[in-house]
Design a protein around this ligand. Sequence first.
Ligand code: ZN
Length: 120
Amino acid sequence: MRKTERSFNSTLRRESKKRQRLNRVRNKITADLKNQPCAICGKKSDDTHERLARSGGGSITNLSNLVRLCRTCHDWITHDVAGIRWAIEHDLVISRHDVRAKELRDGKTADELERELRGE
Ligand SMILES: [Zn+2]
């Protein structure tokens, strides 16, 4: 097979090795936490929620960034405006912009809080 054919026919890995390793740790943590009740309503939890989203640099493996929620509450704080507001007030949804404000409130530097939420 010529080199060009081999590269043309190669399949791309869906996830990087780093992401695969992170997901294995994440799955183990989710299994360990699955018996925790929903942090909002106290019923049986379904999901592991990231307070600072992955897209904002939040860790998917650091316990300080993870909260167990039932599907109903998770949908509420993700899709309902009132729910999103409530979750922001209760630190269940943290944006990168909020990290700076929390620095003043909690006496942590923004760098410290960001590192904590990234799991470093
Ligand atoms: Zn709930």
